[in-house]
Design a protein around this ligand. Structure first.
Ligand SMILES: [Zn+2]
Length: 459
């Protein structure tokens, strides 16, 4: 293989040739979900992006030589609040949410990581890490809390390139009496009765948010590992604090050599938020008629996501999903006609992916292969992106089976009512929704009644 893997490193702000610490044991850590509610489509982005990276690393170094760890945060104040709201136990909430999460990521064709450590199963490791930090003079216990002493680390803020003075100036005033410095963050805090907690040298309590990733990456990947990934929103404070904990506990210059962050996602040009009503979960996209009036296959979501380079912001639109679906239909048709078997991996495609996961360029190569009728190479290359794994013969059948007949009939009735009311803008809109669902409409006048009638088929 001649392609050289280059990755953009947030730590150095440079695109660098990737050189693993040990090429027989390439190690990747990605921050996983807090399992208190359905994962939203913004959460799907790192899942898909780092799955592509995982697949690429396995391709280059061999599948046995890559270890991918993605944690599950199952102790968090959001979890406590949600469980109380619903009147269920914390375990019930986290188990149920995690089961849905695992199904969602599998529907998005993401490979399971090698380890998915849970925070609640690593409390002993977290306590040991806190003890190490206290012993080294980087943390202090006060009032049932343990805090990380930020000024004890001279280059705190290196990843986000913020100076301590700027951070203090911009910080919300949070002068808890047990804090020595404004930026000091919680490693351990006391639990009240009814809150989840564990016995510790500092009393009954629970870990702060950042601690688990340092403890679990250390346990499963070692003191220094190759790549740490996550969404851009995690750079500060989460990743900065992970770095502080790990480096100060083990005395290395870095926690991970390469830090990778995917860009933001917005929906139809707007920031996704519950108040704007455009908040959309992976589960709703896959199973409900909520986005564009229909459900979508995981593979469609995946291709739509990969059409943008991972560091760029992405605009999540119905149109982009429709386009992705059409592309997949064409590719599956080619696989069907040519009875494709995975061929050799095309060099230009691999070069594109090795260029800091340039997935738009890689997808352009897939189009070129499809255009040239190179079905075997198309299949092999698309598989590396986690695409075209389905049975080509089943693709169309599955699409039509996914159509909700009752929903189609209802939309057609609404469209006819809009036409009768001469609200043509609305009837056109409903027609577009139906076409987007893959429905072909046929309008005809009933000769006896003179009324317009519409029949339909899956087109
Ligand atoms: Zn983390």
């Amino acid at each position: 293989m001649s392609a050289v893997l280059k990755l953009y490193n947030t730590l150095t702000r440079e695109r660098e040739v990737f050189a693993p610490i040990d090429s027989s044991r390439v190690r990747l850590y990605v921050c996983g979900p807090t399992v208190y509610d359905f994962a939203h489509i913004g959460n799907a982005r790192p899942l898909i992006v780092f799955d592509v990276l995982y697949r690429l690393l396995r391709e280059i170094y061999g599948w046995k030589h890559v270890k991918y760890v993605r944690n599950i945060t199952d102790v968090d104040d959001k979890i406590n609040a949600r469980a109380a709201e619903r009147g269920v136990s914390i375990r019930e909430l986290t188990e149920g949410t995690n089961a849905i999460f695992q199904q969602d990521v599998s529907d998005l064709n993401c490979l399971p990581p090698d380890v998915q450590p849970r925070a609640t199963e690593h409390i002993a490791e977290m306590i040991a890490l806190v003890e190490k930090l206290i012993a080294a003079g980087h943390a202090y216990a006060a009032d049932g809390h343990v805090l990380f002493d930020v000024p004890s680390m001279p280059d705190y803020g290196r990843l986000s390139r913020r100076s301590l003075d700027d951070m203090i100036a911009g910080a919300r005033v949070d002068v808890a009496p047990y804090k020595r410095g404004e930026m000091d963050f919680v490693l351990w805090k006391p639990s009240k009765e009814g809150e989840p907690g564990w016995d510790s040298p500092w009393g009954f309590g629970r870990p702060g948010w950042h601690l688990e990733c340092s403890a679990m990456s250390h346990k499963h990947l070692g003191e220094v590992f190759d790549i740490h990934g996550g969404g851009i929103d995690l750079v500060f404070p989460h990743h900065e604090n992970e770095i502080a904990q790990t480096r100060c506990a083990f005395g290395h210059d870095v926690m991970a050599n390469v830090w990778m962050h995917n860009g933001f996602l917005q929906v139809e040009g707007e920031k996704m938020s519950k108040s704007l009503g455009n908040f959309i979960t992976i589960h709703e996209l896959l199973h409900e008629e909520k986005f564009g009036g229909r459900s979508w296959k995981g593979e469609v979501l995946r291709l739509a996501m990969l059409r943008s380079a991972y560091r760029q912001p992405i605009d999540w639109t119905v149109k982009a999903l429709e386009e992705a679906e059409k592309v997949l239909s064409r590719w599956y048709a080619l696989l069907r006609e040519s009875k494709a078997k995975p061929g050799v991996l095309p060099e230009l495609f691999l070069e594109a992916l090795c260029d800091d996961l340039n997935t738009p360029k890689a997808i352009a190569e897939l189009h070129a292969l499809a255009g040239a009728g190179e079905a075997d190479q198309l299949l092999r290359a698309a598989n590396l992106l986690g695409l075209l794994h389905d049975d080509p013969a089943a693709w169309d059948a599955k699409t039509s089976a996914d159509i909700d007949v009752a929903a189609v009939e209802k939309l057609i009735a609404e469209r006819l009512a809009a036409r009768r009311a001469k609200n043509f803008a609305e009837s056109d809109r409903l027609r577009d929704v139906l076409v987007g669902m893959g429905v072909k409409l046929m309008d005809a006048k009933n000769k006896q009644t003179g009324e317009l009638e519409t029949s339909w088929e899956v087109g």
